[in-house]
Design a protein around this ligand. Structure first.
Ligand code: FBP
Length: 303
């Protein structure tokens, strides 16, 4: 079992303090995290709020994060700067500092900066989130942009969570954004570039796309636990968080959460799967996931 272990921390105390708040003081604790990302208004548009219209209201999301006992809520600058103050201290904030819409074609993506690490410090955030589009034709620009963010984050003692997202036309030519090959590669790139935490989607194994994958990925099929274990291995010790993706049923989501933790993820970062459910259902499910994590925490640690 994997946790964010701060016992032998040798980096800046600022980063440690913030990671401690995220992984020990709030949420499930003891090194595990449960995050609620709601940057969908920018990334996908209000369409993502239509299944549960009250979720378009940031105050609603903050209440959900507090009552659902989340480790942190993730927002873009405009929302955080206007709505966080009444909730500051009750639930940590991760400030997403880049983003884009999904209106232009997806073949050359890059996610420009929307805020700075200094903004995150002023808002009281405990981490920043950065989307890195690995394999995009514009990845050179992305790497340079990330370098500046990483430097600023070091200067301010701010942890950086990298959304390690393989995207763009070349990724599609080589088997698609959700293949094990692409996700493992993106996780490794995030580790190579200096991420403190890496957020990934669960790899999928779609037979029609697998013929485009390099060997031995073209013939590798794994279950969720095994696939996450591979991504964790590729991340070289940088803790991994697993995304939820589009909405699925309660039991399927719980199974995905459990398999992710068994595979070595240190936490979950489920957006649509939580906020697209009615409030009471979302709270119940969040508590069930947290309960599952508690039990998990007490499971014997495998070597
Ligand atoms: P979900 O759990 O809803 O998938 O949210 C995770 C997330 O990374 C969001 O932070 C982001 O808005 C969205 O997914 C981006 O997804 P995509 O790249 O598939 O458009």
């Amino acid at each position: 079992m994997a946790v964010v272990d701060l016992s032998r921390w040798e980096g800046a105390p600022g980063k440690k303090t913030r990671l401690y708040r995220l992984f020990y003081q709030y949420g499930p604790g003891e090194g595990l995290g449960m995050f609620l990302p709601v940057d969908h208004g920018l990334e996908h548009g209000p369409i993502d709020f239509l299944p549960n219209p009250p979720s378009a209201d940031p105050e609603y999301i903050f209440r959900l994060a507090v009552e659902g006992r989340y480790s942190a809520v993730v927002f873009q600058y405009g929302i955080a700067s206007r709505f966080y103050a009444p909730f500051a201290g009750r639930v940590p904030l991760v400030l997403k500092i880049n983003g884009k819409t999904n209106i232009p074609p997806a073949d050359e993506p890059i996610s420009p900066l929307t805020a700075t690490v200094e903004d995150a410090v002023r808002l009281g955030a405990d981490a920043v989130g950065y989307t890195l589009y690995v394999g995009s034709p514009l990845q050179d620009q992305d790497f340079k942009q990330f370098l500046e963010v990483r430097r600023e984050a070091e200067r301010f003692g701010m942890p950086v969570i990298v959304w390690a997202y393989p995207r763009g036309r070349y990724v599609e030519e080589k088997g698609g954004r959700d293949s094990l090959y692409a996700i493992e590669y993106a996780a490794r790139v995030a580790a190579e570039l200096g991420a403190d935490l890496i957020k990934v989607n669960v790899p999928e194994f779609v037979p029609e796309k697998m013929t485009r994958l390099p060997k031995p990925y073209d013939s590798t099929v794994l279950d969720v636990k095994e696939a996450i274990a591979r991504v964790v291995w590729a991340a070289a010790g940088v803790p991994v968080l697993v995304s939820g993706g589009s909405k699925i049923g309660d039991e399927d989501l719980l199974a995905r959460a459990r398999a992710s933790l068994e595979g070595g993820a240190v936490g979950l970062i489920f957006g649509r799967n939580i906020f697209q459910r009615p409030y009471d259902e979302a709270i119940r499910l969040s508590h069930r996931i947290a309960g599952m994590m508690q039990a998990f925490r007490r499971a014997p640690v495998k070597p």
